[in-house]
Design a protein around this ligand. Structure first.
Ligand code: FES
Length: 136
């Protein structure tokens, strides 16, 4: 799965326009994002926090495959919140179901930084997917 949910209004989020870094807490994995390298994976909107995380080996739960139909990819944006377009009403509806909601909570699959700031996101412990499958 991946991409956009055909039952929801499309978002105005675009890919980043400038290179920036995104740091994933609590492990502190720092990734450099270059606009011409997006997308990195098939899950979430192109350039989304989820897509970048998965493309760099950082695991975040994403039960619906990144189409704004669950809240398992909930992350807390610690820095660079203003570099992402506001959450849509549909994203806010899903966030209402998220555990540990904060004023800077976002769905990782829907939050697309524009590259104007470096970003730091915290993956809540209950959303970290510790299981990793090897390639077969
Ligand atoms: S993975 Fe389901 S809403 Fe993001």
């Amino acid at each position: 799965m991946g991409g956009q949910n055909p039952f929801l209004k499309s978002t105005t989020a675009g890919k980043p326009t400038k290179p920036y870094t995104i740091t994933f807490l609590p492990d502190g994995v720092k990734v450099g994002v270059k606009p011409n390298e997006v997308p990195y994976s098939r899950d979430g909107l192109p350039g989304s926090v989820l897509e970048i995380a998965l493309g760099h080996g950082v695991q975040i739960d994403h039960a619906c495959g990144g189409v704004n139909a669950c809240s398992t990819c909930h992350v807390i944006v610690r820095e660079g919140f203003e570099s992402m377009p506001s959450a849509t009403e549909d994203e806010e509806d899903q966030l209402d179901n998220a555990r540990g909601l904060t004023p800077t909570s976002r769905l990782a699959c829907q939050a697309v930084p524009d590259g104007s700031r470096d970003v730091v996101v915290e993956i809540p412990s209950w959303n970290r997917n510790m299981v990793r499958e090897d390639n077969h």
